[in-house]
Design a protein around this ligand. Structure first.
Ligand code: 6R9
Length: 654
């Protein structure tokens, strides 16, 4: 990205220092940055020591076969033991691990002791199905406690899991099962979504028509809906698991033993199976959860409002919070079932103190209006987090004010499936936050923004985000494809990890993420990030959410096409004239905020945008629409009807 990149985001001047009470009691102080800078290996060794190791490591990190890293070499540990048994042994068996809230309003409370028993039973059940250490298990589930149980049962016996988001299609599921050669699938009849049971088992049956090696399917009964049944292959969870003993001796695995594979879609090619291993992953996930959310296991009620099928769910619903012995909320459903205040009702009911979610959710709540959260008591909240996309300054401000009562710090955490854990983020007791900036690499992490030739850019300029040192939770490879691992991440800037994101450093050297580099548009030779134009649109009082794409344009190379969702439910423009007026107003607004070069060619008002499981807008599909093409691969879309709805709204001929 060149210096001519427009600098709208860097004009943001609001500042929010950490609240004094938080700083006074913070888990991590400013000294951590210096300690880590002085001796990175000693820093990470100290964090690894927060876990229980069956055998100590002999070496903190081994980078001699770069880019293939090993961390805590020779150490042995069991992840499930660290997430469960050790808390029970320390006398915290009665502490709630999860307040689970089903979408229809049914609830379950699982203490650490309950969860330990369940996981032991499930581990014994998997063993009875012939699963052994290193065998892969696919998990295709709704957001219910058994999903967590299944993951930890796999971890306990050393069988890497691959969780496939329940919203993905049979095709997507089949592709993943085949790629990692899973022989056992854990699923459910269905789950509740948007007020109705939504089936999962039929997609498994369809996927398995062409997965001849899958021998067992373990099925949780959640909704009670009718399911097809293959005798000899399908087993009910309640038949098999309930009858197992609640004792299981955990085996310690090598620090580099595979823990899980998480598939992440690239822009075009087949999904990449990101491999995470045991010791380094758990160390960094546990430490970052403790540092960035400042969790106090005795007091906090922590809630990552995200799907377990996204890496955020793996690291910050399951492994991080449980490794830290924290009480969490787990919610099955959608934010508007049965009403648009559901999340706030949950915060009030359980006294949630820390909330972590995605900008897409925040912008949706903005669209629904302040009155809805205003009806609930949100005073228990003390810290808010954001993840998944650049958070527009206006959405950040709204989150802080309407949800955080102007008192809670907002930590914007940048990381990826590949990084395994948070990498760039404020520390709530230390950092002065800037709306829209993830600020700096966490202690122990080294990042840089570089230009095309790999040279660090000066403050005030933009470029590509790279990570310059290996980190404990880093992916170890792409499953079954070492060459692709090297090519994708380590070849663009040799010796450094290429994240695929554009970023800027402001005058203080703080980092502002600009979205994927493939989301950079080129308009008449000017490189403009979609994030900047989207943020300008969202700063207009009528706009709740915006997605911007560059569509081929005969004169300018690319033209900016913006899809916008308006704030408030009944605010769609009534007729064509008002739609035209609004379009004109928004185009002028962007021109004023950023510059005339960024004025969108076209503004389309829509009701919903196509999103992935993590709430990332699938700009590729919008580009197809903007350029009048038939739609490409939609297997990772959460709701494919959204695309039809957008088409229906388009002015004829668009
Ligand atoms: C955790 C997660 C990774 C991509 C990443 C970037 C975007 C995530 C962000 C952010 C700006 C943040 N991203 N967090 N961009 N600010 N705080 O989202 O993993 O699904 O693999 O996506 O998400 O583009 O490269 P994953």
């Amino acid at each position: 990205m060149s210096d001519e990149t427009l600098s709208n985001l860097l004009r943001e001047e609001r500042r929010f220092p950490p609240p004094a009470e938080l700083t006074a009691a913070a888990n991590v102080t400013a000294a951590a940055y210096q300690e880590a800078a002085d001796d990175g290996e000693a820093f990470w060794a100290a964090q690894a020591a927060r876990l229980d190791w069956a055998e100590p490591w002999t070496r903190v990190r081994d980078w001699s076969r770069a880019p293939f890293a090993r961390w805590f070499v020779g150490g042995r540990l069991n992840v499930a033991y660290n997430c469960l048994d050790r808390h029970v042994a320390a006398g915290h068996g009665d502490r709630v691990a999860f307040h689970w809230e089903g979408e229809p309003g049914d609830t379950r409370t699982l203490t650490y002791a309950d969860l330990t028993d369940e996981v032991c039973r499930a581990a014994n059940a998997l063993l009875s199905l012939g699963v052994r250490a290193s065998d892969r298990v696919a998990i295709y589930m709704p957001m219910i406690p058994e999903t967590v149980v299944a993951m930890l049962a796999c971890a306990r016996i050393g069988a890497p899991h691959t969780v496939v988001f329940g919203g993905f299609s049979a095709d997507a599921l089949r592709g993943r099962i085949l790629d990692c050669d899973a022989r056992v699938v854990v699923t459910a009849d269905g789950g509740y979504r948007k007020g109705a049971p939504s089936a999962l088992k039929p997609a498994v049956d369809e996927a398995l028509e062409r997965c001849p090696d899958v021998r067992s399917v373990l099925v949780v009964r959640r909704t009670g809906q009718e399911v097809g049944w293959t005798e000899g292959r399908d087993v009910w969870w309640h038949d098999l698991v309930a009858g197992q003993p609640a004792e299981h001796e955990p085996e310690a695995f090598d620090s580099e033993h595979p823990l899980y594979i998480m598939y992440t879609s690239g822009t075009t090619a087949r999904p990449k199976g990101i491999l995470h291993t045991t010791g380094g992953y758990l160390t960094q996930v546990a430490w970052s959860h403790w540092a960035v959310f400042d969790v106090k296991p005795e007091q906090d009620v922590y809630w990552t409002a995200a799907d377990i099928g996204w890496v955020t769910g793996h690291s910050y619903i399951v492994y991080g919070p449980l490794a830290n012995g924290v009480t969490s909320v787990l919610y099955e459903g959608t934010p508007d079932s049965p009403h648009q205040g559901r999340w706030w009702e949950i915060v009030q009911k359980y006294g949630v103190t820390i909330l972590y979610c995605a900008p897409t959710a925040i912008r949706t709540f903005m669209k629904w209006g302040d009155a809805i959260p205003g009806r609930y008591d949100l005073s228990s909240l003390r810290l808010l987090g954001s993840v998944g996309e650049p958070i527009n300054p206006e959405a950040w401000m709204w989150y802080r004010r309407a949800i955080g009562g102007d008192r809670c710090p907002v930590v914007d955490t940048w990381w990826q499936t590949e990084t395994g854990a948070q990498m760039i983020s404020p520390l709530p007791g230390v950092s002065t936050c800037k709306p829209g900036s993830a600020l700096r690499p966490l202690p122990g992490i080294s990042a840089e923004v570089v230009d095309d030739t790999g040279r660090p850019v000066p403050n005030g300029s933009g470029g590509y985000l790279v990570l310059t040192e290996p980190w404990p939770a880093m992916l170890r490879t792409i499953w079954g494809d070492e060459q692709r691992y090297i090519d994708t991440y380590w070849s663009r800037f040799p010796g450094r990890y290429f994240a695929g994101d554009g970023a800027k450093k402001d005058e203080d050297g703080d980092i502002w993420l600009l979205g994927r580099v493939d989301d950079v548009m080129n308009v008449s030779g000017h490189r403009i990030s979609t994030t900047e134009v989207e943020s300008a649109l969202v700063s207009h009082p009528r706009v709740a959410e915006a997605a911007v794409v560059g569509a081929a344009d005969a004169t300018t190379g690319q033209g900016i096409v913006a899809f916008v969702i308006l704030r408030g439910d009944n605010e769609q423009p009534a007729d064509t004239t008002s739609a035209e007026d609004l379009g004109r107003e928004l185009r002028a607004h962007v021109a004023k905020e950023i510059g005339p070069i960024a004025r969108p060619r076209q503004i389309l008002v829509v009701a919903e945008l196509p999103k992935t499981r993590s709430g990332k807008i699938m700009r590729r599909l919008l580009r197809d629409i903007a350029e009048n093409r038939s739609l490409g691969d939609v297997t990772t879309l959460t709701d494919s009807s959204v695309m039809d709805a957008i088409r229906d709204r388009l002015p004829s001929g668009a």
